[in-house]
Design a protein around this ligand. Structure first.
Ligand code: NAD
Ligand code: UFG
Length: 336
């Protein structure tokens, strides 16, 4: 029996596959390489010493997806595949609805056809919109601030309907907070296209001299230093959360949402300071006005995942910054 991982050559998927293989699972990877490259498969094989089956297919192609289920014995699906750029989703909402929603519908239809009812879905803290209260727990109200967030919220609702329709479904909605960092092998990490939108890859590119300085969006939030606060989580801790969810999926009652965060919020200035300690590189920055649509302060209450999945984030901000910096320095020079 195998675990099918969609979007497996992407940032979070690749780290999760490493943990799955190291825990002894057989893994089948599906990705259309729209935001990743095939050499990630070689890199994962190099880290783990294990083989992977890779299908370069688009989840919008239901026939091709069906064939994978026909050819393999699959016990669960971890569904990472999707587009994730908030700004682009505002410009091109149909692209996001088409890809994120239709690919999930296709996946669920094929799963149902083959009697595969175990699903782990990549949701996001974005479903909390502007936080109702802090720390955010899974009972907080949800809303969408942009089309990307709306796809996550819609998919959560679709999967809830599906679970209500047939009690065989076991679905974990994992709401990620802010994944950062990279695997300590230096072989896999995040590869943003063009100028990064997210804080950590922007900082690493300032540190390496690719970008001149960091623009800190907002100095007037109600945080200790006025800059925005987030719950940064090491991508390896996040990957291990999927492993824990998979191991517990049989005892889930239908559909359950879990926050995957550390429970600690750090401001932008605290991230800069810790990054400077980890890299020994000074980060020039300028505080500018708030970014449109940004939340000021956002961090998780991860107690539900701690209790029910026996999952705890273990890696601290220093380790997140150090691994992100190591990856920035090695990724262009390593050949497989
Ligand atoms: P990523 O872009 O690195 O990985 C997604 C992968 O999905 C890519 O390799 C891409 O090629 C593939 N893909 C996209 N559409 C596809 C399709 N139609 N068919 C087949 N493959 C397709 O992104 P990531 O950071 O690894 O994120 C993984 C998931 O987690 C996404 O669903 C994302 O929305 C969600 N998420 C990410 C973050 C974050 O900050 N990175 C935060 C919260 C939630
Ligand atoms: N920030 C800056 N300058 C930058 C980039 C970011 O000051 O150049 C600040 C932001 O204002 C925010 C913090 O750094 O206070 C983090 O911003 P990110 O863009 O890294 O992360 P977000 O929390 O805004 O969003 C990310 C993903 C979303 C996802 C959300 C929750 O981009 O898709 O985390 O998981 F929904």
């Amino acid at each position: 029996m195998s675990i099918l991982v969609t979007g497996g050559t992407g940032y979070i998927g690749s780290h999760t596959i490493v943990e799955l293989l190291e825990a002894g699972f057989d893994v089948i990877v599906v990705d259309n390489l729209s935001n990743s490259s095939e050499d990630v498969i070689d890199r994962i094989e190099k880290i783990t010493g294990k083989d992977l089956s890779f299908y370069n297919i688009d989840l919008l192609n239901k026939k091709a997806l069906d064939l994978i289920f026909h050819e393999n014995s699959i016990e669960a699906v971890i569904h990472f595949a999707g587009y994730k750029a908030v700004g682009e989703s505002v410009q091109l909402p149909l692209k996001y609805y088409q890809n994120n929603i239709i690919s999930t519908l296709n996946m669920c239809e094929v799963m149902e056809k083959y009697g595969v009812y175990n699903l782990i879905f990549s949701s996001s803290a974005t479903v909390y919109g502007y936080p109702e209260r802090l720390p955010l727990d899974e009972t907080c109200s949800t809303s969408a601030l942009n089309p990307y967030g709306r796809t996550k919220l819609m998919i959560e609702e679709i999967l809830t309907d599906l679970s209500n329709s047939n009690r065989k479904w076991r679905i974990a909605l994992l709401r990620y907070f802010n994944p950062v960092g990279a695997h300590n092998s230096g072989l896999i990490g995040e590869k943003p296209n063009g100028t990064p939108n997210n804080l950590m890859p922007y900082i690493t590119q300032v540190a390496s001299g690719k970008l001149e300085k960091l623009y800190v969006f907002g100095g007037d939030y109600p945080s200790k230093d006025g800059t925005g606060v987030r719950d940064y989580i090491h991508v390896v801790d996040l990957a291990l959360g999927h492993l824990k969810a998979l191991k517990k999926i049989d005892i889930l009652s239908g559909i359950e949402a879990f926050n995957l965060g550390t429970g600690i919020g750090y401001s932008v200035l605290e991230v800069i300071e810790t990054f400077e300690e980890a890299s020994k590189v000074k980060i020039p920055y300028e505080i500018v006005s708030r970014r449109f649509g940004d939340t000021g302060i956002c961090y998780a209450n991860p107690v539900k995942a701690n209790k029910h999945l026996n999952w705890y984030a273990e890696r601290d901000l220093f380790e997140m910054c150090k691994s992100a910096w190591d990856w920035e320095n090695t990724r262009e020079f390593i050949s497989i």
